[in-house]
Design a protein around this ligand. Structure first.
Ligand code: ATP
Ligand code: CA
Ligand code: CA
Length: 437
Protein backbone atom coordinates (compact mmCIF):
# COMPACT_ATOMS: atom_id res chain seq x y z
CA UNK A 1 0.00 0.00 0.00
CA UNK A 2 1.07 3.56 -0.28
CA UNK A 3 1.67 4.39 3.33
CA UNK A 4 5.37 4.60 2.88
CA UNK A 5 7.92 6.21 5.09
CA UNK A 6 11.65 6.60 4.82
CA UNK A 7 13.59 3.43 5.10
CA UNK A 8 15.90 3.50 8.11
CA UNK A 9 19.16 1.90 7.03
CA UNK A 10 22.73 2.34 8.18
CA UNK A 11 23.03 5.70 6.47
CA UNK A 12 19.98 7.11 8.22
CA UNK A 13 20.41 9.63 11.05
CA UNK A 14 18.31 7.52 13.42
CA UNK A 15 19.77 4.16 12.48
CA UNK A 16 21.59 3.59 15.77
CA UNK A 17 18.53 4.46 17.82
CA UNK A 18 16.32 2.23 15.70
CA UNK A 19 18.84 -0.60 15.86
CA UNK A 20 19.05 -0.34 19.62
CA UNK A 21 15.28 -0.24 20.02
CA UNK A 22 14.91 -3.41 17.99
CA UNK A 23 17.78 -5.21 19.68
CA UNK A 24 16.33 -4.36 23.08
CA UNK A 25 12.87 -5.57 22.05
CA UNK A 26 14.25 -8.78 20.58
CA UNK A 27 16.21 -9.71 23.69
CA UNK A 28 13.66 -8.53 26.25
CA UNK A 29 10.59 -10.01 24.57
CA UNK A 30 12.19 -13.36 23.81
CA UNK A 31 13.43 -13.52 27.38
CA UNK A 32 9.90 -13.14 28.74
CA UNK A 33 8.30 -15.34 26.09
CA UNK A 34 10.75 -18.13 26.83
CA UNK A 35 9.32 -18.66 30.28
CA UNK A 36 6.29 -20.72 31.13
CA UNK A 37 3.16 -18.65 31.24
CA UNK A 38 1.78 -17.70 34.62
CA UNK A 39 -0.91 -15.49 36.11
CA UNK A 40 -0.16 -11.79 36.64
CA UNK A 41 0.50 -10.39 40.09
CA UNK A 42 0.13 -6.80 41.28
CA UNK A 43 3.90 -6.51 41.35
CA UNK A 44 4.10 -7.23 37.60
CA UNK A 45 2.66 -3.81 36.86
CA UNK A 46 5.61 -2.03 38.48
CA UNK A 47 8.47 -4.11 37.11
CA UNK A 48 11.33 -2.43 35.26
CA UNK A 49 13.87 -4.75 33.78
CA UNK A 50 17.17 -3.17 32.90
CA UNK A 51 19.78 -4.53 30.47
CA UNK A 52 23.13 -3.13 29.50
CA UNK A 53 24.28 -3.88 25.97
CA UNK A 54 27.80 -3.66 24.65
CA UNK A 55 30.02 -5.23 22.03
CA UNK A 56 31.29 -7.95 24.33
CA UNK A 57 28.00 -9.21 25.73
CA UNK A 58 27.70 -11.44 28.80
CA UNK A 59 25.73 -14.39 30.17
CA UNK A 60 22.55 -12.35 30.33
CA UNK A 61 22.76 -10.12 27.31
CA UNK A 62 24.07 -11.00 23.85
CA UNK A 63 26.63 -8.77 22.23
CA UNK A 64 25.32 -5.82 20.28
CA UNK A 65 26.79 -3.46 17.71
CA UNK A 66 26.55 -0.43 19.96
CA UNK A 67 26.69 0.40 23.65
CA UNK A 68 23.33 1.24 25.16
CA UNK A 69 21.00 0.64 28.07
CA UNK A 70 17.54 -0.77 27.66
CA UNK A 71 14.59 -0.90 30.01
CA UNK A 72 11.61 -3.17 29.57
CA UNK A 73 8.56 -2.08 31.57
CA UNK A 74 6.02 -4.51 32.97
CA UNK A 75 7.12 -7.30 30.60
CA UNK A 76 4.61 -9.81 31.91
CA UNK A 77 1.70 -7.44 31.63
CA UNK A 78 2.54 -6.71 28.01
CA UNK A 79 3.02 -10.38 27.28
CA UNK A 80 -0.51 -10.94 28.55
CA UNK A 81 -1.79 -7.95 26.59
CA UNK A 82 -0.26 -9.36 23.41
CA UNK A 83 -2.09 -12.60 24.11
CA UNK A 84 -5.37 -10.76 24.69
CA UNK A 85 -4.85 -9.00 21.36
CA UNK A 86 -4.15 -12.44 19.87
CA UNK A 87 -0.71 -11.76 18.53
CA UNK A 88 1.41 -14.74 17.67
CA UNK A 89 4.54 -14.35 19.83
CA UNK A 90 6.89 -15.56 17.10
CA UNK A 91 5.23 -13.42 14.47
CA UNK A 92 5.51 -10.34 16.66
CA UNK A 93 9.26 -10.74 17.04
CA UNK A 94 9.73 -11.60 13.38
CA UNK A 95 7.84 -8.57 12.16
CA UNK A 96 9.80 -6.22 14.34
CA UNK A 97 13.24 -7.70 14.51
CA UNK A 98 13.55 -10.33 11.79
CA UNK A 99 15.41 -8.04 9.43
CA UNK A 100 16.04 -4.85 11.34
CA UNK A 101 14.11 -2.82 8.83
CA UNK A 102 11.91 0.02 9.91
CA UNK A 103 10.55 2.89 7.99
CA UNK A 104 10.36 6.23 9.60
CA UNK A 105 7.41 8.49 9.29
CA UNK A 106 9.24 11.27 11.04
CA UNK A 107 7.10 13.22 13.38
CA UNK A 108 3.71 13.95 11.81
CA UNK A 109 2.10 15.53 14.91
CA UNK A 110 2.95 18.64 16.86
CA UNK A 111 4.21 16.67 19.84
CA UNK A 112 7.61 15.81 18.35
CA UNK A 113 7.01 12.07 18.70
CA UNK A 114 8.63 9.90 16.05
CA UNK A 115 6.80 7.09 14.32
CA UNK A 116 8.34 3.96 12.85
CA UNK A 117 6.66 1.10 11.02
CA UNK A 118 7.76 -2.50 11.21
CA UNK A 119 8.81 -3.76 7.81
CA UNK A 120 5.47 -5.54 7.30
CA UNK A 121 3.57 -2.41 8.42
CA UNK A 122 1.69 -4.26 11.13
CA UNK A 123 3.27 -2.44 14.05
CA UNK A 124 4.10 1.13 14.91
CA UNK A 125 6.79 2.28 17.27
CA UNK A 126 6.00 5.70 18.69
CA UNK A 127 8.44 7.60 20.84
CA UNK A 128 6.62 9.24 23.72
CA UNK A 129 7.29 11.95 26.25
CA UNK A 130 8.47 11.11 29.71
CA UNK A 131 5.16 12.34 31.11
CA UNK A 132 3.20 10.04 28.78
CA UNK A 133 5.43 7.16 29.77
CA UNK A 134 4.90 7.78 33.47
CA UNK A 135 1.20 8.12 32.89
CA UNK A 136 0.92 4.84 30.96
CA UNK A 137 2.64 3.05 33.81
CA UNK A 138 0.24 4.65 36.24
CA UNK A 139 -2.89 3.61 34.34
CA UNK A 140 -1.58 0.25 33.15
CA UNK A 141 -3.76 -1.75 35.53
CA UNK A 142 -6.92 0.07 34.43
CA UNK A 143 -5.93 -0.29 30.78
CA UNK A 144 -5.23 -3.99 31.19
CA UNK A 145 -8.56 -4.59 32.94
CA UNK A 146 -10.36 -2.63 30.25
CA UNK A 147 -8.81 -4.73 27.48
CA UNK A 148 -9.75 -7.88 29.36
CA UNK A 149 -13.34 -6.72 29.70
CA UNK A 150 -13.49 -5.25 26.18
CA UNK A 151 -11.76 -7.49 23.68
CA UNK A 152 -13.02 -5.22 20.89
CA UNK A 153 -11.83 -1.99 22.40
CA UNK A 154 -11.16 0.74 19.85
CA UNK A 155 -8.35 2.19 21.96
CA UNK A 156 -4.75 1.92 20.77
CA UNK A 157 -3.40 -1.54 21.43
CA UNK A 158 -0.19 -1.30 23.41
CA UNK A 159 2.14 -4.25 23.01
CA UNK A 160 5.23 -3.00 24.81
CA UNK A 161 6.69 -0.06 26.72
CA UNK A 162 10.45 0.42 26.63
CA UNK A 163 13.28 2.88 27.01
CA UNK A 164 16.67 3.16 25.34
CA UNK A 165 19.56 5.27 26.45
CA UNK A 166 22.75 5.73 24.49
CA UNK A 167 25.96 6.92 26.10
CA UNK A 168 25.68 10.71 26.51
CA UNK A 169 22.26 10.52 24.86
CA UNK A 170 18.90 11.32 26.35
CA UNK A 171 16.44 8.71 27.47
CA UNK A 172 14.03 7.74 24.73
CA UNK A 173 10.75 6.17 25.79
CA UNK A 174 8.62 4.36 23.26
CA UNK A 175 5.58 2.15 22.84
CA UNK A 176 4.86 -0.54 20.30
CA UNK A 177 1.28 -0.47 19.08
CA UNK A 178 -1.02 -1.57 16.27
CA UNK A 179 -1.02 0.10 12.91
CA UNK A 180 -4.71 0.74 12.35
CA UNK A 181 -4.27 0.68 8.62
CA UNK A 182 -3.76 -2.50 6.65
CA UNK A 183 -0.59 -3.19 4.74
CA UNK A 184 -2.45 -4.58 1.76
CA UNK A 185 -5.12 -1.95 1.09
CA UNK A 186 -4.89 1.63 -0.10
CA UNK A 187 -6.40 4.09 2.29
CA UNK A 188 -7.98 6.70 0.06
CA UNK A 189 -8.85 9.15 2.79
CA UNK A 190 -7.73 9.59 6.36
CA UNK A 191 -9.37 11.70 9.05
CA UNK A 192 -8.12 12.51 12.52
CA UNK A 193 -11.21 13.67 14.41
CA UNK A 194 -11.58 15.20 17.85
CA UNK A 195 -15.01 16.78 17.73
CA UNK A 196 -13.56 20.26 17.87
CA UNK A 197 -13.60 22.79 15.05
CA UNK A 198 -11.02 25.27 16.27
CA UNK A 199 -7.80 24.82 14.35
CA UNK A 200 -9.10 21.49 13.10
CA UNK A 201 -8.71 22.14 9.40
CA UNK A 202 -6.26 20.83 6.86
CA UNK A 203 -5.78 23.47 4.16
CA UNK A 204 -7.71 22.18 1.18
CA UNK A 205 -5.28 23.95 -1.19
CA UNK A 206 -2.45 21.78 0.11
CA UNK A 207 -4.28 18.60 -0.79
CA UNK A 208 -3.08 18.94 -4.36
CA UNK A 209 0.52 18.34 -3.35
CA UNK A 210 -0.34 15.84 -0.67
CA UNK A 211 -3.52 14.05 -1.73
CA UNK A 212 -3.30 11.52 1.10
CA UNK A 213 -2.84 14.00 3.92
CA UNK A 214 -4.65 13.38 7.18
CA UNK A 215 -7.75 15.54 7.19
CA UNK A 216 -9.50 16.95 10.24
CA UNK A 217 -12.90 17.77 11.66
CA UNK A 218 -13.66 20.77 9.45
CA UNK A 219 -12.65 18.87 6.32
CA UNK A 220 -15.05 16.13 7.38
CA UNK A 221 -17.91 18.54 7.91
CA UNK A 222 -17.19 20.37 4.67
CA UNK A 223 -17.48 17.10 2.78
CA UNK A 224 -20.82 16.32 4.46
CA UNK A 225 -19.43 12.89 5.05
CA UNK A 226 -20.96 10.12 7.12
CA UNK A 227 -19.84 6.79 8.44
CA UNK A 228 -22.43 4.60 6.87
CA UNK A 229 -23.34 1.70 9.12
CA UNK A 230 -26.53 -0.32 9.34
CA UNK A 231 -28.35 -0.51 12.66
CA UNK A 232 -26.48 -3.45 14.11
CA UNK A 233 -23.00 -2.34 13.14
CA UNK A 234 -23.69 1.19 14.27
CA UNK A 235 -24.79 -0.06 17.66
CA UNK A 236 -21.66 -2.23 18.04
CA UNK A 237 -19.44 0.69 17.11
CA UNK A 238 -21.07 3.34 19.27
CA UNK A 239 -21.45 1.07 22.30
CA UNK A 240 -17.79 0.19 22.23
CA UNK A 241 -16.85 3.80 21.73
CA UNK A 242 -18.94 4.85 24.77
CA UNK A 243 -17.21 2.30 26.95
CA UNK A 244 -13.79 3.34 25.75
CA UNK A 245 -14.51 7.01 26.26
CA UNK A 246 -15.87 6.36 29.76
CA UNK A 247 -12.50 4.89 30.66
CA UNK A 248 -10.64 7.86 29.18
CA UNK A 249 -12.86 10.26 31.11
CA UNK A 250 -12.35 8.39 34.35
CA UNK A 251 -8.58 8.41 33.85
CA UNK A 252 -8.68 12.15 33.06
CA UNK A 253 -7.39 11.70 29.55
CA UNK A 254 -7.95 14.11 26.72
CA UNK A 255 -6.69 15.20 23.32
CA UNK A 256 -7.28 11.78 21.80
CA UNK A 257 -8.87 11.41 18.40
CA UNK A 258 -10.73 8.95 16.25
CA UNK A 259 -8.55 7.94 13.36
CA UNK A 260 -10.63 6.94 10.35
CA UNK A 261 -9.08 5.41 7.25
CA UNK A 262 -11.40 4.86 4.31
CA UNK A 263 -10.79 2.31 1.60
CA UNK A 264 -12.99 2.85 -1.42
CA UNK A 265 -13.71 -0.59 -2.88
CA UNK A 266 -14.45 0.83 -6.32
CA UNK A 267 -11.09 2.46 -6.53
CA UNK A 268 -9.41 -0.59 -5.07
CA UNK A 269 -5.65 -0.67 -5.05
CA UNK A 270 -5.06 0.44 -8.61
CA UNK A 271 -3.36 3.72 -7.82
CA UNK A 272 -0.92 1.91 -5.67
CA UNK A 273 0.10 -0.25 -8.58
CA UNK A 274 0.22 2.62 -11.01
CA UNK A 275 2.34 5.05 -9.08
CA UNK A 276 5.24 3.57 -7.26
CA UNK A 277 6.32 6.75 -5.59
CA UNK A 278 3.05 7.96 -4.08
CA UNK A 279 3.44 8.73 -0.44
CA UNK A 280 0.91 9.39 2.24
CA UNK A 281 3.09 11.45 4.44
CA UNK A 282 5.92 13.70 3.74
CA UNK A 283 6.90 14.48 7.29
CA UNK A 284 8.32 17.90 6.64
CA UNK A 285 10.36 16.46 3.79
CA UNK A 286 13.22 16.34 6.23
CA UNK A 287 15.14 13.60 4.54
CA UNK A 288 15.08 14.22 0.82
CA UNK A 289 18.10 12.12 -0.01
CA UNK A 290 16.96 9.01 1.74
CA UNK A 291 15.68 6.04 -0.12
CA UNK A 292 11.99 5.39 -0.30
CA UNK A 293 10.62 1.95 0.24
CA UNK A 294 9.30 0.32 -2.85
CA UNK A 295 5.58 0.03 -2.20
CA UNK A 296 5.57 -3.32 -3.93
CA UNK A 297 7.79 -4.72 -1.27
CA UNK A 298 5.22 -3.85 1.34
CA UNK A 299 2.16 -4.78 -0.64
CA UNK A 300 1.62 -7.60 1.76
CA UNK A 301 -0.30 -10.50 0.47
CA UNK A 302 -1.34 -13.39 2.65
CA UNK A 303 1.93 -15.14 3.37
CA UNK A 304 2.21 -18.35 1.38
CA UNK A 305 3.10 -21.61 3.00
CA UNK A 306 6.60 -21.27 1.62
CA UNK A 307 6.94 -17.84 3.11
CA UNK A 308 5.79 -19.14 6.46
CA UNK A 309 8.35 -21.91 6.33
CA UNK A 310 11.05 -19.41 5.48
CA UNK A 311 9.92 -17.17 8.34
CA UNK A 312 10.04 -20.08 10.73
CA UNK A 313 13.54 -20.94 9.57
CA UNK A 314 14.72 -17.36 9.95
CA UNK A 315 13.18 -17.21 13.37
CA UNK A 316 14.90 -20.37 14.50
CA UNK A 317 18.23 -19.05 13.24
CA UNK A 318 17.63 -15.74 14.92
CA UNK A 319 16.90 -17.34 18.25
CA UNK A 320 19.68 -19.89 18.02
CA UNK A 321 22.23 -17.22 17.28
CA UNK A 322 21.40 -15.70 20.60
CA UNK A 323 23.02 -18.01 23.10
CA UNK A 324 22.09 -16.49 26.43
CA UNK A 325 18.35 -16.56 25.86
CA UNK A 326 16.92 -19.85 27.04
CA UNK A 327 14.91 -21.80 24.52
CA UNK A 328 11.23 -21.88 25.16
CA UNK A 329 7.90 -21.53 23.52
CA UNK A 330 9.17 -18.95 21.06
CA UNK A 331 11.71 -21.22 19.52
CA UNK A 332 9.63 -24.36 19.54
CA UNK A 333 6.55 -22.72 18.09
CA UNK A 334 6.30 -22.42 14.36
CA UNK A 335 4.64 -19.26 13.18
CA UNK A 336 2.34 -21.27 10.97
CA UNK A 337 -0.77 -19.59 12.24
CA UNK A 338 0.30 -16.26 10.86
CA UNK A 339 -2.50 -13.83 10.49
CA UNK A 340 -4.06 -13.71 7.10
CA UNK A 341 -2.92 -10.34 5.89
CA UNK A 342 -4.39 -7.94 8.33
CA UNK A 343 -7.51 -10.02 8.99
CA UNK A 344 -7.77 -10.35 12.70
CA UNK A 345 -10.16 -13.20 13.28
CA UNK A 346 -12.61 -12.66 16.08
CA UNK A 347 -12.25 -8.89 16.32
CA UNK A 348 -15.45 -7.13 15.36
CA UNK A 349 -13.89 -4.00 13.92
CA UNK A 350 -11.37 -5.98 11.86
CA UNK A 351 -13.83 -8.49 10.46
CA UNK A 352 -13.98 -7.17 6.89
CA UNK A 353 -10.58 -7.33 5.29
CA UNK A 354 -9.01 -6.06 8.47
CA UNK A 355 -11.55 -3.26 8.85
CA UNK A 356 -15.25 -2.62 9.26
CA UNK A 357 -17.23 -2.51 6.05
CA UNK A 358 -19.91 0.09 5.43
CA UNK A 359 -23.48 -1.17 5.36
CA UNK A 360 -26.59 0.52 4.09
CA UNK A 361 -29.63 0.93 6.28
CA UNK A 362 -31.16 -2.19 4.75
CA UNK A 363 -28.00 -4.07 5.78
CA UNK A 364 -26.64 -4.61 2.29
CA UNK A 365 -22.89 -4.06 2.10
CA UNK A 366 -21.62 -0.61 1.14
CA UNK A 367 -18.73 0.51 -1.02
CA UNK A 368 -16.23 1.43 1.68
CA UNK A 369 -14.19 -0.25 4.35
CA UNK A 370 -13.47 1.78 7.47
CA UNK A 371 -10.34 1.34 9.54
CA UNK A 372 -11.11 2.85 12.91
CA UNK A 373 -9.46 3.44 16.26
CA UNK A 374 -8.96 5.90 19.08
CA UNK A 375 -5.36 7.11 19.08
CA UNK A 376 -3.10 9.40 21.06
CA UNK A 377 -4.70 8.51 24.38
CA UNK A 378 -1.86 9.16 26.83
CA UNK A 379 -2.36 12.85 27.47
CA UNK A 380 -3.37 13.47 31.05
CA UNK A 381 -5.30 16.63 31.79
CA UNK A 382 -2.40 18.07 33.66
CA UNK A 383 -0.60 21.30 34.01
CA UNK A 384 0.09 22.02 30.37
CA UNK A 385 -3.48 21.56 29.29
CA UNK A 386 -4.77 23.69 32.12
CA UNK A 387 -2.54 26.52 31.01
CA UNK A 388 -3.58 26.09 27.41
CA UNK A 389 -7.21 26.06 28.47
CA UNK A 390 -6.76 29.27 30.38
CA UNK A 391 -5.19 31.13 27.47
CA UNK A 392 -7.47 29.84 24.75
CA UNK A 393 -10.48 30.18 27.02
CA UNK A 394 -10.00 33.92 27.08
CA UNK A 395 -10.68 34.28 23.40
CA UNK A 396 -12.80 31.44 22.02
CA UNK A 397 -16.09 29.74 22.55
CA UNK A 398 -15.33 27.41 25.42
CA UNK A 399 -17.03 24.33 24.00
CA UNK A 400 -15.05 24.53 20.78
CA UNK A 401 -11.49 24.67 22.06
CA UNK A 402 -9.68 21.38 22.10
CA UNK A 403 -8.33 21.57 25.66
CA UNK A 404 -11.56 20.99 27.51
CA UNK A 405 -11.55 19.15 30.83
CA UNK A 406 -11.68 15.37 30.29
CA UNK A 407 -15.36 14.86 30.97
CA UNK A 408 -16.49 17.59 28.58
CA UNK A 409 -13.86 16.54 26.06
CA UNK A 410 -15.30 13.02 26.06
CA UNK A 411 -18.89 14.21 25.74
CA UNK A 412 -18.07 16.45 22.82
CA UNK A 413 -16.09 13.63 21.19
CA UNK A 414 -18.96 11.15 21.57
CA UNK A 415 -21.51 13.66 20.29
CA UNK A 416 -19.46 14.40 17.23
CA UNK A 417 -18.89 10.79 16.38
CA UNK A 418 -22.50 9.76 16.98
CA UNK A 419 -23.58 12.46 14.57
CA UNK A 420 -21.02 11.19 12.06
CA UNK A 421 -22.84 7.88 11.91
CA UNK A 422 -26.18 9.51 11.18
CA UNK A 423 -27.66 9.68 7.73
CA UNK A 424 -28.78 13.11 6.51
CA UNK A 425 -32.41 12.26 7.34
CA UNK A 426 -31.49 11.07 10.82
CA UNK A 427 -29.49 14.20 11.46
CA UNK A 428 -32.41 16.39 10.43
CA UNK A 429 -34.81 14.35 12.55
CA UNK A 430 -32.49 14.61 15.56
CA UNK A 431 -32.20 18.36 15.10
CA UNK A 432 -35.99 18.72 14.88
CA UNK A 433 -36.42 16.68 18.05
CA UNK A 434 -33.89 18.88 19.82
CA UNK A 435 -35.72 22.00 18.67
CA UNK A 436 -39.07 20.63 19.78
CA UNK A 437 -37.75 19.75 23.24
P1 ATP B 1 -0.16 15.50 18.48
O1 ATP B 1 -0.01 15.35 19.97
O2 ATP B 1 0.38 16.76 17.91
O3 ATP B 1 -1.57 15.25 18.00
P2 ATP B 1 1.34 12.97 18.24
O4 ATP B 1 2.80 13.05 17.94
O5 ATP B 1 0.91 12.60 19.62
O6 ATP B 1 0.71 14.36 17.76
P3 ATP B 1 -0.62 11.16 17.09
O7 ATP B 1 -1.76 12.09 17.25
O8 ATP B 1 -0.56 9.94 17.96
O9 ATP B 1 0.77 11.95 17.17
O10 ATP B 1 -0.54 10.65 15.58
C1 ATP B 1 -0.27 11.53 14.52
C2 ATP B 1 -0.71 10.89 13.21
O11 ATP B 1 -0.01 9.65 13.00
C3 ATP B 1 -2.18 10.52 13.20
O12 ATP B 1 -3.01 11.59 12.79
C4 ATP B 1 -2.21 9.38 12.21
O13 ATP B 1 -2.25 9.89 10.90
C5 ATP B 1 -0.88 8.68 12.45
N1 ATP B 1 -1.09 7.57 13.41
C6 ATP B 1 -0.95 7.64 14.75
N2 ATP B 1 -1.23 6.47 15.34
C7 ATP B 1 -1.56 5.61 14.35
C8 ATP B 1 -1.96 4.22 14.31
N3 ATP B 1 -2.08 3.49 15.41
N4 ATP B 1 -2.22 3.67 13.11
C9 ATP B 1 -2.10 4.41 11.98
N5 ATP B 1 -1.74 5.70 11.95
C10 ATP B 1 -1.47 6.31 13.11
CA1 CA C 1 -3.01 13.63 18.17
CA1 CA D 1 -0.12 13.58 21.40
Amino acid sequence: RVLVGTKVDETHANWVTAYNMLTGIRVAVSRTNAKLDRALTDADFDVKQKSTFDIAGNELVPSAKYDFKFKDYAPWVFRHLRTLFRLDPADYLMSLTGKYILSELGSPGKSGSFFYFSRDYKYIIKTIHHAEHKFLRKILKDYYQHVKDNPNTLLSQFYGLHRVKMPYGRKIHFVVMNNLFPPHRDIHQTFDLKGSTIGRDYREEDLENNPRATLKDLNWLRRKRAIELGLQKKRLFLEQLYKDVRLLQRLQIMDYSLLVGIHDLQRGNEENLRDKTLRVFNPGGNNPASEELDPHSVLMRTPSKLENQRKARELRQMIQSEKPVPMGETSSRMPNELEEGQNRPGFIFNQDDGGFRATHEDNTPGEEIYYLGVIDCLTHYGMIKKIEHFWKGLSSDRSQISALPPHEYGERFINFISSMTMSQEEAIRAAQERDAA
